[in-house]
Write a protein that binds this ligand. Structure first.
Ligand code: SF4
Length: 340
């Protein structure tokens, strides 16, 4: 059978791209799939208008049906609480607008620059500190198509003090392999760039993303690569995630994890202990435990500093030092993450 013109124009999709396209974005479908109470639907629909629901079927499969308190569900289910105003919770809590060096390029700390590669993610985390980030405005300033990163890449090329470039987003691994290779070839053509860091949740929420193409790209990068995963609960790590981590390590990447301390998800010592152990078993070093950034709509996730310190003290009493993440908060204008 011959294909139509429209079909012929579509680029071939990899398995992970098809899986991503099949993500759940309708609260009704999520609630039905997990057999959750119907009264969750109306507030979920209202909250999803402000920040859409998105979750992969792979991540969904790790949730417990019928459990409204499931720690993975809580990270993605829109709730009515998100629409409540809370003092101190604002659109840009980290004042990233002030850190903009060029369209799509932020510089907060010496020697490092962060490239906003895309607004796309495999899941929409309800606590996300960039849930209010003006992605489309930044993209428009930068220009469309292949020139979108030109000003950012020029800024990196001209500043020999930038030793490390961080690919962030959104989730940089939402981009296809060819686009990633174009970007990293341009970045690492600068001899002053010594390290590349990739912040991603894709290997966790969509482990099929770690396919032969991605691994070939990783292996081809001229400089050492650090992949920082964002795992908040041990239940996120299943056999597929462990296999994805092993493959990335075999491709030469160093794997670190940063978690966010989230009320109702991981704010107890046993959960944090199990998370560190599960990460290490998967070949990932627990690195940071962040206090949540105070972004509008996320007050219900907040954990008081004093309580966070108590949790960390308890964790230190249970684990070897290398399994205890550093408890930090990001403070706008500070020279580094601030230890709590
Ligand atoms: S994957 Fe990262 S950028 Fe995307 S919604 Fe989650 S926290 Fe935000």
């Amino acid at each position: 059978m011959s294909s139509t013109i429209a079909e012929r124009k579509l680029p071939a999709q990899s398995g992970w791209q098809r899986e991503l396209a099949a993500s759940i974005t309708d609260p009704r479908e999520l609630i039905a799939a997990l057999n959750l109470p119907a009264e969750l639907l109306e507030p979920a629909q209202r909250a999803a208008q402000a920040f859409g629901l998105r979750v992969t079927r792979s991540f969904l499969a790790r949730m417990r049906p019928g459990d409204v308190h499931d720690p993975l569900l809580r990270q993605v289910l829109p709730l009515g609480e998100e629409l409540l105003e809370a003092p101190g919770f604002v659109s840009d809590p980290l004042e990233e607008a002030a850190a903009r060096r060029a369209p799509q390029l932020l510089q907060k700390y010496a020697g490092r620059a962060l490239l906003i590669t895309t607004e796309a993610c495999g899941v929409h985390c309800r606590y996300c500190f960039r849930r209010e980030y003006p992605y489309s405005e930044a993209a428009q300033t930068a220009g469309a198509g292949g020139g979108r990163f030109r000003a950012a890449l020029d800024a990196i090329a001209q500043d020999t003090g930038i030793e490390e470039v961080i690919l962030s987003g959104g989730d940089p691994l939402s981009l296809g392999d060819a686009r990633l290779a174009q970007l990293t070839d341009a970045i690492t053509a600068n001899r002053h760039v010594r390290r590349l860091r990739i912040h991603t949740r894709q290997p966790v929420v969509l482990p099929s993303r770690v396919d032969a193409g991605l691994l070939a790209w990783l292996r081809g990068i001229r400089v050492p690569v650090v992949v920082v995963l964002h795992v908040n609960h041990a239940n996120e790590i299943d056999d597929e995630v462990r296999a994805a981590c092993a493959a990335m390590r075999a491709a030469g990447a160093t794997l670190l994890n940063q978690s966010v301390l989230l009320r109702g998800v991981n704010d107890d010592v046993g959960t944090l202990q199990e998370l560190s152990c599960a990460l290490f078993d998967a070949g990932v070093l627990p690195y940071y435990l962040h206090l949540p950034d105070r972004v509008k709509g996320t007050a219900h996730f907040d954990v008081e500093e004093a309580r966070a310190r108590t949790l960390l003290d308890a964790l230190m009493g249970r684990l070897s030092g290398y399994l205890v993440p550093r408890l930090v908060r990001e403070v706008p204008g500070a020279a580094s993450k601030v230890p709590v």
